[in-house]
Write a protein that binds this ligand. Structure first.
Ligand code: ACO
Length: 323
């Protein structure tokens, strides 16, 4: 699999830490020192499929191909505009990718990574030739803006990547899930509630629409699982941590990223960070960061990069790709 192009798009509305201190009891010093985040972009009026369509058009332009050459669109999101139609189909209509098969994938912050692995499987089986993969979120609609421990962490945005089949390029992946720890990160639940169901039976999961997170549990999980799965993918590829030019990690917390660098024994410069600007945009963090590094020339001489994501589910993974 080869990456042909990438693009990203974030909404115009910047929200600073000081802005947040006007709505919850927090301050810039706490947010910056605990997370590394200074600003995030919050959508006003644009849905996930709007952000994603703009990122997709930039990726197509970068790849220098037309929308009709795309034979699949995979959208990783946990904040779709609608369940029906799926967001990939809305984006197909927006960008005119008339030959694409379209579906969404939800694996929270690991979503883009799982979509990348899915794209690789379709390409290596010969079922597709060129795939558009998008990670896009409007987390602002499920964030509890009264909960200071979580609302300061998240932002909205979209990143896109065009990949094509290429046997000459190496690709290795490792991924996993642990549903027994699902309670650590929850949100977006829907009730089984209709006129045929008694009120007492209106059940289901929990009445839990807004995101709720046990931050410390997620932190502990991330700092152990991420290095573990990166080491596994390196082993699969018979490469060492030093052979990798850049590790493009899910951008959740700068302290998680520093801890992973330390555990891998590599210089922190190999783990670029942009969460100071965007916050955690869940499935969009990896493709946004990749696009920035590609466009500013950082990846010009890079041969191997590792993507690694972790998040709700719980889910995690690492994929190694030769550029
Ligand atoms: N401003 C000021 N004080 C705050 C804030 C805030 N925004 N949030 C919490 N505090 C307070 C707490 O109330 C607590 O006060 P207390 O000691 O009086 O009780 C104190 O700060 C410490 O709180 P902790 O939760 O212990 O802070 P911690 O150092 O663990 O940092 C954080 C919290 C930043 C959330 C950290 O745990 C973290 O980054 N975890 C990982 C989160 C993550 O990666 N999430 C993304 C998952 S991916 C996905 O799928 C969405």
């Amino acid at each position: 699999m080869k990456i042909l192009g990438s693009g990203h798009y974030v909404p115009k509305n910047i929200v600073t830490n000081d802005d947040l201190s006007k709505i919850v009891d927090t301050n810039d010093e706490w947010i910056s020192s605990r997370t590394g985040i200074s600003t995030r972009y919050i959508s006003s009026g644009e849905g996930v499929s709007d952000l994603a369509s703009k990122a997709a058009l930039l990726a197509l332009e970068d790849a220098n191909i037309s929308a009709s050459e795309i034979d699949m669109i995979l959208v990783a999101t946990m904040t779709p505009d609608s369940m029906l139609p799926n967001n990939a189909s809305i984006i197909q209509k927006n960008i005119g990718a008339i030959n694409a098969t379209c579906f969404d994938i939800n694996a929270a912050c690991s979503g883009f990574l799982f979509a990348l692995n899915t794209a690789h499987a379709y390409l290596s089986s010969g079922m597709c030739k060129t795939i558009l993969i998008i990670g896009a979120e409007t987390l602002s609609k499920i964030v509890d803006w009264t909960d200071r421990s979580s609302c300061v962490l998240f932002g909205d945005g979209a990143g896109a990547m065009v990949v094509t089949a290429d046997d000459s390029k190496s690709f290795y992946s490792v991924s996993g899930s642990d549903g027994s720890k699902g309670h650590v990160l929850t949100g977006g639940s829907t009730l089984l509630k209709n006129m045929l169901v008694n009120k007492e039976e209106t059940n289901i999961l929990t009445d839990n629409y807004y995101m709720h997170m046990d931050g410390q549990e997620v932190f502990k999980f991330a700092v152990t699982k991420v290095p573990e799965c990166i080491n596994k993918v390196l082993e699969k590829a018979s490469l060492t941590a030093d052979d990798i030019d850049y590790y493009i990690l899910h951008q959740a917390n700068v302290r998680i990223i520093s801890s992973v660098a330390k555990r891998l024994g590599v210089s922190p410069e190999k783990l670029p960070v942009n969460l100071n600007k965007y916050g955690n945009t869940s499935a969009a963090t990896i493709p946004i960061l990749f696009d920035e590094l590609r466009k500013d020339g950082t990846l010009d001489n890079a041969k191997y990069i590792v993507f690694s994501g972790f998040g709700g589910g719980l889910t995690w993974g690492a994929s190694l790709i030769e550029l």
